[in-house]
Design a protein around this ligand. Structure first.
Ligand SMILES: [Fe+2]
Ligand SMILES: [Fe+2]
Length: 306
């Protein structure tokens, strides 16, 4: 399970460097943008350096967007037809029903499940903050739905119910807390950088609405398999709570996102349909690329052609 990539995807060509270096740099950029800081003498130089990285981020996001533009253009503009198109991504979207998850649920040894958890936790962008950033200046109904979603992420005001720390508990249970990002495959870093990039740059606000909706739509199917994997290999049952919860709560979250965030937004402005569709497809494609890399790292492709 190495972290070096021999892959020469569009991201590689675009970066003019190896994608692992690019995505480590973007992950660092996002930490600096998101984590509370303090004034520094070097603020001018820091800002200029971040601006250069933000340009590379923009090139990455545009490259990801170009890859899905044609499929997104097929999405209907009529709001109800659009949400039906979107919902169909649960079955036919990129990365859906990836054999990785059957392998994890049914066969993977403890070490493989642990490695998977390590990659997922370290690449995680923080759904709560992504929702908080995305709702800025959104129309009222979408804003309210994102507020309800955020409140759930916050455990409805109770620390024990907060989603972020639940995931941290799982990482603790398998001893992978505080993993150095250099140990994370670039595809997983890229997935986090994609979601952060869409949420932080307001030119992609509608893309972010689509990307986060795609997470709510597709998470339960995978979460059920991950719970099976965690329980089967004997990891502390309580540690699986994050995935057990998301196998059900995200069904409710998707329904809310569909009816209160997507539908009213499109009823007001159907021209937003391709942006929301692109965001969803960008998120699912980045997920599919990550699953493919995990399969290669775990030796799955060699033993079970799909
Ligand atoms: Fe959550
Ligand atoms: Fe959710």
């Amino acid at each position: 399970m190495s972290v070096q990539s021999a892959d020469t995807s569009s991201t590689t060509r675009l970066a003019g460097a190896n994608p692992h270096a690019l995505h480590l740099a973007l992950a660092q950029l996002n930490r600096e943008r998101l984590c509370p800081g303090t004034p520094s003498e070097s603020w001018r130089d820091d800002l200029l350096q971040r601006a250069q990285l933000a340009v590379r981020e923009g090139a990455f996001l545009e490259s990801e967007r170009r890859a899905v533009i044609a499929r997104a253009a097929e999405a209907p503009r009529e709001p109800h037809a659009f949400v039906a198109w979107f919902e169909a991504l649960r079955e036919s979207g990129p990365g859906q029903h990836d054999p990785l998850f059957d392998y994890l649920a049914e066969e993977a040894p403890y070490e493989h499940v642990r490695w998977f958890v390590q990659q997922e936790v370290a690449g995680e962008a923080g759904f709560d903050d992504l929702v908080a950033l995305t709702q800025l200046r959104m129309p009222d109904r979408a804003k309210l739905e994102l507020a309800r979603n955020y409140w759930d992420e916050m455990g409805r005001g109770k620390a024990v119910g907060m989603h972020g720390p639940m995931l941290a508990k799982l990482a603790d249970a398998v001893g992978v807390s505080g993993t150095d990002p250099s140990y994370i495959v670039w595809e997983s870093l890229a997935l986090g950088n994609l979601l952060a990039g869409l949420a932080l740059n307001r030119r992609y606000a509608w893309h972010s609405l689509g990307a986060l909706g795609a997470v709510e739509l597709t998470a339960p199917t995978r979460a059920v398999k991950v719970v099976q994997a965690i329980e089967r290999v004997g990891i502390d049952r309580a540690a699986a709570h994050y995935f057990r919860l998301h196998s059900t709560i995200d069904v409710v979250h998707w329904n809310g996102w569909r009816d209160e965030a997507l539908l009213p937004t499109l009823e007001e402005n159907p021209d937003l349909a391709p942006h929301i569709a692109e965001g969803a497809l960008m998120r699912l494609s980045a997920g599919a690329r990550t699953f493919a890399r995990y399969r290669r790292e775990l030796g799955l492709d060699a033993r079970r052609p799909h």
